[in-house]
Design a protein around this ligand. Structure first.
Ligand SMILES: Nc1ncnc2c1ncn2[C@@H]1O[C@H](COP(=O)(O)OP(=O)(O)O)[C@@H](O)[C@H]1O
Ligand SMILES: [Mg+2]
Length: 340
């Protein structure tokens, strides 16, 4: 887009018009631009009034603005052949895709390093923990032969229970950090999704949470690890349930996206009406041990990420704090032909 010295656009190419939201032959002035996206207007204004230009300056997405997408902006002086300055040339790029790729890469990097570290620790804890468990059971049977009061029994029960919790955490860490070793097989995604929802039906009824399941794709069969995928679906649904303090709703749907080509995927969407996720947390929810819950382990979503990546799939999350959260899991069905 080029602007003259009073801040009126005199040339917009087609994609520029589309991005800014004016007709292909239309124009926009400074006030209009500031209205649509304040930072963009400010940068053009700065170039016009102070002759200060920017190169490849990224501004993050802004849900409240009319132009919402993240932008990369450069401004240059627009000069006549005589060298006289007659305006500003502005290059505006929609960098939605770049931003989401960068985010994915950062998450993957963090998960790899944290995964290696925590797998090492979990492995070291596993052996002493089994020794403690075994010896505690021996001690318990000896002590309870001679001592018969309820308190002592209760102490042992608590010890066993807490050791059980530690064991579960260690197993989860190992599960998250070890590459999947489960043998692959044909997986009926609709079937395991329905079974997972059924598992949680009772909990949902108790908490007055309505669950609406819409399965558009009944022949969503792919090659993978059925129990792993069930675990992933379970973790996402459990989080949805836990995000609600009182009654609420969860909408689950399964579709096939990407047509018949190589992008053909099973697409699972889980939308809840829970507390939502704060923007500053959203990049960290897949990190192992990141949790906002008092009894949480912070491992649920890191396991989801691992399992879905093992299937060459993706997980996307979008959330409005106070309103709810949506998780979309895409699982490619590339091995479909092999199956049939
Ligand atoms: N559906 C959701 N609604 C709101 N917050 C969520 C949702 N799913 C995940 N989160 C946030 O992500 C964090 C990490 O989730 P997770 O890895 O499953 O660990 P945990 O459930 O043990 O806290 C949660 O503590 C919560 O803050
Ligand atoms: Mg969880």
């Amino acid at each position: 887009v080029t602007f003259d010295l009073v801040g009126r656009s005199n040339l917009i190419n087609r994609s520029g018009a589309q991005l800014i939201g004016v007709p292909p032959t239309g124009a926009i002035d400074m006030a209009g631009l500031l209205n649509k996206r304040y930072e963009l207007g400010r940068l053009v204004g700065q170039a016009l009034s102070d002759e200060s230009y920017v190169q490849d300056l990224d501004i993050p997405e802004d849900e409240t603005a009319e132009i919402k997408v993240p932008l990369r902006i450069s401004t240059f002086p627009l000069l006549e052949t005589s060298g006289r300055r007659i305006g500003v040339i502005t290059l505006i790029k929609d960098i939605t895709e770049v931003v989401s790729l960068e985010r994915e890469l950062r998450t993957a990097e963090r998960l790899t390093s944290l995964g290696t570290l925590s797998a090492g620790i979990a492995h070291e804890i596993k052996n002493p923990l089994s020794a403690i468990d075994l010896n505690l059971r021996l001690l318990e049977s000896e002590v309870l032969e001679n001592v018969h009061d309820g308190d002592t029994k209760e102490y042992f029960r608590i010890l066993r229970e807490e050791i059980g919790r530690l064991n579960a955490i260690v197993d989860n860490v190992l599960r998250f950090s070890r590459p999947s070793s489960a043998p692959g097989g044909p997986v009926d995604v609709a079937g395991i999704l329905q079974r997972t929802v059924d598992l949680l039906a009772h909990t949902c009824r108790e908490r007055a949470i309505s669950v609406d399941v819409r399965i558009e794709a009944d022949s969503c069969v792919l090659w993978g690890d059925a129990s792993g995928l069930q675990q992933a679906f379970l973790n996402i649904l459990l989080n949805a349930i836990q995000s609600m303090h009182e009654a609420g709703s969860i909408r689950v749907s399964l579709d096939i996206s990407g047509g018949d080509g190589p992008d053909r995927s099973c697409e699972l969407t889980v939308q809840d009406s829970g507390c939502g996720i704060h923007a500053r947390d959203i990049e960290r929810i897949f990190d192992p041990f990141f949790t906002n819950k008092s009894g949480g382990t912070g491992l649920g979503l890191s396991i989801v990420h691992r399992i879905v990546s093992d299937h060459k799939g993706t997980v996307q999350v979008s959330s409005a704090p106070g309103k709810g959260t949506r998780f979309v899991v895409r699982l490619p069905m590339a091995a479909q032909e092999v199956l049939s």
